[in-house]
Design a binder for this molecule. Sequence first.
Ligand SMILES: [Fe+2]
Ligand SMILES: [Fe+2]
Length: 358
Amino acid sequence: MKELNRRQFLKGAGSLLAAGALPVSLVKVALGAGSGVENFTFAHISDSHITVPTKGTSVRNWDRGLIRAIAEANLLTPKPDFIIYGGDLAQLGKKEEIDLALELMSKAESKVYYVMGEHDYYLDLGKYWESKLGPQWYSFDHKGVHFVVLNSILTYDTWTNKKWPSPMDRMLAMARLDNPGGSPFMVGQKQLAWLKKDLQKVSKDTPLIICSHSPLQKIFKGWNFWTEDAELVQNLLTPFNKVTVIYGHVHQIQYNQMGNISFHAVMATAWPWPYPQSYTQQPSYLPELTVQMNRADPFFERDATGWQFINLHTGNVDMHYQLPNNQNRSVVFSAEAGRPVDTVYQPLEKRIPPQIHF
Ligand SMILES: [Fe+2]
Ligand SMILES: [Fe+2]
């Protein structure tokens, strides 16, 4: 294992990354005394949408991507310190779906921290998930970094508790895009109060990593690429020097920088979503920074699915997206630019024009 100082690493990283070979598993970075942050890596797997085929019906099972992601996480050297699972384990929140997903996840050789997704929640309001995995929001510290896991897919009580013909009707109302019967996601007052209190004990120099399911920024309301009270969460994060928000749900690469907060979306193991504007012809607030993925065949369900390895070497996050059937991508924090940057496609002249899917 190589020992490099930070300057050497940053200098060398560009060429290595440009070659598509992020040495996340090979390089140990010595940050020097007093940095407070020890170099480490973790893996992120999200949005597996596991279904269980039932007798007599043909139900697609999305387990292949999840199985592959876990196998790859187990093969990383050195082993990731842990895995974050970004939500939507199940497709319709059923016990048997959660059970099957967790059976597959049990093959992971690292500890897993779980985030709640709307597909896990709206059948029984998270009760079965909670009985298996614990609280819906929590925090922990790891090697000088404070991690916060939020449940960002809650909504208005009036919507949640209205007289649904059945719990499955409520689930289905949240389970698809462009559903007029759905409701915006939010963190909610109770959790915001908890977050405020949780962050009070954290020094402003401690790097923060916030894991949510929906983006803690507003991108496209029709698909719930949106959290209604995102600004209230951002306000609580503003006083900290280094903050990264990592979210699932959107099944596509997105990244942004708002003040001190870096945002990164992660890939799904189940299927990719198109970029909202390319499909709906409606304007969306996809961050300008985001270089859209080249999806050579948007109708091929495995194209641009993936999982990601995250290297944390300065208190900021570098994302490496492993994308079977598509080009791997790396989006790393550029200290010079002060924001995440795609290592290959960020310059305008190198970008592949966004596809139109309608
Ligand atoms: Fe999802
Ligand atoms: Fe979701």
